[in-house]
Design a protein around this ligand. Sequence first.
Ligand code: CA
Ligand code: CA
Length: 230
Amino acid sequence: MMGKKVLFCVVLFVMASCVQAGLMPLVNPSFENTSGTDEVSIIDWWDSKSYTTTKAEDGTAVPLTPYGENWGQLGNGRWMYQQIGTYEENMVLDISFLLGQPTDKIVAGLEVELFAGGDASLADNVGTKRDNAAFPLDSVVGAVQIATSGNIDPFTDPDTAPVMRTQEMFVHLSTGTAGAGYAVGDPLWLLFSRPSVAGKALIDNVQVPEPATMILLGVGALGFLRRKRK
Ligand SMILES: [Ca+2]
Ligand SMILES: [Ca+2]
């Protein structure tokens, strides 16, 4: 009986390890790393350089954040991405972040996307907009968009009077099944971008928890049910 229990635990551990192989820890997810050489852009993320920056909270024009002292800020058509792991099929990612609106511009929309595939060594900071044909994640890196949140904006202020505020955001995206241009084991990318309209989005505390926890719970419940039946 004891041996069976240990074996069951080992099986759970191995299964959890397998699932976790798909994701890697985010780098600078709270934008607190502001040192380095690319001051006009966002450290540790690949980004669109101009109108893409780390922004310090001040409580007057830029809302305070509970996650350190800094935000990542995207302007008109701007973007940032990083590799978050390797592609696996049907991973449901519960992506969360804090969205902020400054006093000088409305958010007017933000898109959260997953890309898969491409050559990670070709990733770079490039000063072009998301809707430009030269947007590099697909045209240079060679990755393929596999999921998108669509354009999201929880704030509905009129253009003339943006109000400083924050909102916790939750986006659920699935990696689906492998398709043309990418395969299991290829790079998996997380991209934030704004549409090509006037506005600013402040982003902080980006989190992509391991989906393994849910699967582990599921397997555990299965084991519990099986045991009850005996
Ligand atoms: Ca922060
Ligand atoms: Ca950068």
